[in-house]
Design a protein around this ligand. Sequence first.
Ligand SMILES: [Zn+2]
Length: 50
Amino acid sequence: MEYQCQQCGYRFNAERRPYACPYCGETGTAKPTPTASDLLNEVEMREIKK
Ligand SMILES: [Zn+2]
């Protein structure tokens, strides 16, 4: 899973949601970023709903 720090914008991979950003050290700012496959799945879901 790829995460991005909402504070500094640093992107990194982690197995689980990290407690603190490894770059700026801010806590609670890491949000998962959608991967290419996640985006494809989302598109497929929308197609099914039509
Ligand atoms: Zn950060």
